[in-house]
Design a protein around this ligand. Sequence first.
Ligand SMILES: NC(=O)c1ccc[n+]([C@@H]2O[C@H](COP(=O)([O-])OP(=O)(O)OC[C@H]3O[C@@H](n4cnc5c(N)ncnc54)[C@H](O)[C@@H]3O)[C@@H](O)[C@H]2O)c1
Length: 362
Amino acid sequence: MSVKPLRECGPAARIAVIAGDGIGKEVTPESVKAIRSAITSARRQIEFVEFDWGADKFLREGVSLPAGAVEMLANEFDAILFGALGDPRVPSNQHAADILLGLRFKLDLFVNARPVELFHDRLTPLRDRSANDIRFMVFRENTEGLYVGVGGFFKKDTPDEIAVQEDVNSRKGVERIIRHAFDYARRNQLKRVCMSDKSNAMNFAHDLWQRVFKQVLQEYPEIESRHLYVDTLAMEVVRDPRQFDVIVTCNLFGDIISDLGAQLAGGLGLAPSGNIHPGRTSLFEPVHGSAPNIAGKGIANPLGSILTSGMMLDFLGWKSEGDALRNAVRSALQENFVTPDLGGDKATVEVGDWIAKRVGDR
Ligand SMILES: NC(=O)c1ccc[n+]([C@@H]2O[C@H](COP(=O)([O-])OP(=O)(O)OC[C@H]3O[C@@H](n4cnc5c(N)ncnc54)[C@H](O)[C@@H]3O)[C@@H](O)[C@H]2O)c1
């Protein structure tokens, strides 16, 4: 079956590169190198345009997300390759919130896609589990829920203080993420979709999730649909991850479950993610942050960013190039050509060069 790309960019694509802060500036160039290597051999065209948005610019000019940036990205680029944001000199993290949350919300990137795939048996903390046992996708709703910032304080800083944080769920928002999960399963010939909520306790917001799920699943009779409360899901993912192909859930639970999944597959240095709106400019970022504790030392693991680039190439419809990046990462792990966080002694640039060569040689 031919799989329709989420973004029809044809043979040429324009990519905005926002490396950001800390190790974002170290791993992102390695990703660009790997992509260039994959693209050259397949005769596609790709143009990278770099943007220096991050803590340095914010401290120097007071600018986080420049005026007109969202429209420019939406109109002129197919995708955004993002590093990480966060700098100890900006304790409020204001620039990161403006840029990352700004782009997620203003570009309406409602799908947070977090693949969990174990590339080498030694990387999982689970006993007796091998690479074939841990392979599933988590779709987290990315624009609603408890993270929209609706709420307030009453009697702040007094002993009687009350803080309210609203959980915002629209029918449209719930439906489109659940539908995306089923469509993904269908496109990739996966058999099982599990929706997770806490409808036994959150009897308004997650009642809506229940009703929408039951309605949407009727349209996908070939897919086995299942529901788990999120506490049960957390236990089951650890007990036997083989049960899952696709998991779909709300913003808060998706945040937590996808981090749990990342840890099962080797941890932060290897975890990729995509913030996606099918058909529109979407943003791809490794799950890790700017890691100020190792920034500037040249030892950050670039593999999470390179796997993220693989997701971005899939999104553009360039699946064989995406596979080339994933295969090269798998080989680096097999040959233990890795950075210190994975037990190796290689530098960021050495790993990046190795991957680019392996991709180019294919
Ligand atoms: N999407 C983002 O941009 C994002 C995500 C998470 C955290 N942050 C920000 O990053 C800063 C640091 O946050 P944190 O320390 O909680 O999380 P972090 O992911 O930056 O680091 C956590 C730990 O993992 C290690 N680590 C992370 N990525 C690694 C890599 N590629 N290679 C080797 N080791 C790696 C770090 O050295 C650190 O010990 C904060 O300012 C935070 O707000 C940004």
